[in-house]
Design a protein around this ligand. Structure first.
Ligand code: PEP
Length: 248
């Protein structure tokens, strides 16, 4: 039986004081519930100090595909490990669309993360134009195939996939539970065709305007195994309620 996992993506939000307040609210409220917060790089040490020994893991939102060297401004997977990270988001749609990350680059980042022992949270999802032109499954399949081709299907046993329809991210528009479930089932089926065991164990999160108010019905879907939460992960009560809904 898969365990549900909720991860927060703080994006480029927060400061020392706000983070301290948020983390100290999450820690007791989520005692015993596995959850993840993916924080900006400068706050990894703060997350580590605040969350060590708790059931909440922490991670980053991006990682270099390179191991080390003259790559100004980049952060390696080994550096993330130094700060106790267990997870890193790769291929978030904002990285793909705003910073030109290709499927191949995302696959390289995924492999760099795994090579260092981190669990990548691999984001896939279609834009509104892609959904409206009926190519949702083709887009998601292409994004997954790039990773499977580079790293092999077995690598997904050490990864989390997040289905995030781009039109639902930060827009207040959530995919209906049925729309999300259909794509989650497609993802699992596609992987099952290659390796049924990997597909069965794979945690597939849904992301896109998840809130306390809609979390329970999304999490009730058979192939939705948790969530990747943006805006609502910055509001303690919201994030706590989402994690509790997933844990039920
Ligand atoms: C995200 O950034 O991954 C996300 C899902 O954002 P939001 O929850 O704000 O839509």
């Amino acid at each position: 039986m898969r365990k549900k996992l909720v991860a927060g993506n703080w994006k480029m939000h927060g400061n020392l004081a706000e983070n301290a307040a948020l983390l100290s609210a999450l820690k007791p409220a989520l005692a015993g519930i596995e959850a993840v917060v993916c924080v900006p790089f400068p706050y990894l040490a703060q997350a580590q100090a605040a969350l060590a020994g708790s059931s909440i893991a922490w991670g980053a939102q991006n990682v270099s595909e390179q191991a080390k060297g003259a790559f100004t401004g980049e952060v390696s997977a080994a550096m993330l490990l130094d700060f106790g990270c267990r997870y890193v988001i790769v291929g978030h749609s904002e990285r793909r669309s705003l910073y030109g990350e290709t499927d191949e680059l995302v696959a390289s980042k995924y492999m760099a993360a795994q090579a260092a022992g981190l669990t990548p949270i691999l984001c896939v999802g279609e834009s509104l134009a892609e959904r409206e032109s009926g190519v949702t499954e083709a887009v998601v399949a292409r994004q997954l195939d790039a990773v499977i081709k580079a790293a092999g299907v077995a690598s997904l046993a050490r990864a989390v996939v997040a289905y995030e329809p781009v039109w639902a991210i930060g827009t207040g528009k959530t995919a209906t539970p049925e729309q999300a479930q259909a794509v989650h089932a497609f993802i699992r089926g596609k992987i099952a065709a290659l390796d049924a065991g990997v597909a069965d164990g794979l945690v597939i999160q849904y992301g896109g305007s998840v809130k306390a108010a809609n979390a329970a019905e999304l999490m009730a879907q058979p192939d939705i195994d948790g969530g990747l939460i943006g805006g609502a992960s910055l509001v303690a009560d919201e994030f706590i309620a989402i994690c509790q809904a997933a844990a039920k």
